[in-house]
Design a protein around this ligand. Structure first.
Ligand SMILES: Nc1ncnc2c1ncn2[C@@H]1O[C@H](COP(=O)(O)OP(=O)(O)OP(=O)(O)O)[C@@H](O)[C@H]1O
Ligand SMILES: [Mg+2]
Length: 280
């Protein structure tokens, strides 16, 4: 991670770019967007109580590498990430976190689910997880529960949010897709979608909203949505993402929102020297 950070700093220096906050040190960013600063007043509990409960199947979650349902040792890396993300966002007054990556299969959905499920163990916080990979929604399969209504129905106003979202342990709302949408860019770009998210945020007053996005290079969907997020976490996968891809992705994400940090997934060794990074 140290080497990855250094390599990125070097790349940023060469192109004169901005510095992402360091997830390890909770450094502060000055360019607060502020437009979605956290609501100070909690939503009435009844709104959350109206959501359909989601009963997790622990075995299925484990098979899908969702490790944060309980406070076990294997949850630790995601719990550390959860706390770092939360503290950094709180420090900046941010509520909306987008998760993206340069290329596919970096572990975005796995990470988004682990963060959201992990937040359900923090009883005082309320979190929402949105599957905004509208072309290939995967969260429902990963959590083993298809919603009756898809996320598009909620965004277009056809179905009220309380009838679309599921709820884990009373404090994590799950807005999941139930079918692929073929050309979602317009929906992601639309003012109606932005207004709907503002309304959901105002009504439910979550402490954190997590958006599982597609990869940046897959299509223009992630790019279309990022302006709605306060910050983004970029996933890279060892032996799968190249340094050049990561650098390009970071630059592109930074055009639309704050880069909260970069997570290197699937790294088997503490020392990443000799792996795929920087070698292509
Ligand atoms: N650290 C890991 N070790 C092993 N397998 C992993 C790890 N992280 C994720 N995976 C697996 O890799 C596959 C892709 O993960 P995931 O769906 O989370 O990636 P993604 O970035 O969301 O993919 P997509 O770009 O298709 O949305 C899944 O089968 C997942 O279980
Ligand atoms: Mg995914």
């Amino acid at each position: 991670m140290e080497k990855l950070q250094k390599a990125l700093e070097k790349a940023r220096g060469q192109r004169g770019g901005t510095k992402a906050p360091d997830l390890r040190s909770h450094s502060k960013q000055s360019h607060l967007r502020g437009k979605t600063a956290n609501a100070a007043v909690k939503a009435p509990l009844s709104l959350w109580d109206d959501l359909t409960p989601y009963e997790p199947n622990p075995d299925l979650l484990l098979r899908n590498r969702i490790l944060t349902l309980n406070s076990e040792a294997e949850a630790n890396p995601f719990d550390v990430l959860r706390t770092k993300v939360f503290l950094l966002m709180q420090e900046n007054g941010w509520t909306r976190l987008a998760i993206t990556s340069p290329n596919k299969d970096c572990g975005k959905t796995t990470t988004a689910c682990n963060l959201a499920i992990g937040f359900s163990r923090q009883r005082e916080n309320r979190t929402m997880l949105f599957d905004f990979d509208l072309r290939s929604p995967a969260v429902a399969d990963m959590l083993g529960r298809k919603p009756n209504h898809g996320i598009k129905a909620m965004l277009t106003g056809d179905v009220p949010p309380k009838d679309q979202m599921l709820c884990l342990r009373g404090n994590v709302a799950l807005s999941l897709g139930n079918m692929a949408i073929s050309d979602p860019t317009q929906l992601l770009l639309s003012k109606h979608t932005a207004d709907m998210l503002d309304k959901v945020q105002a009504d439910f007053a979550p402490d954190l909203m997590i958006f599982d996005l597609p990869s940046m290079f897959a299509a223009d969907d992630a790019r279309a949505f990022l302006k709605n997020a306060d910050c983004a976490l970029i996933l890279a996968r060892a032996e799968h993402t190249t340094m050049a891809q990561l650098d390009t992705c970071e630059r592109q994400v930074a055009e639309y929102t704050n880069v909260l940090g970069i997570v290197l997934n699937s790294c088997r060794h503490a020392d990443v020297e000799g792996t795929y990074f920087g070698s292509k």
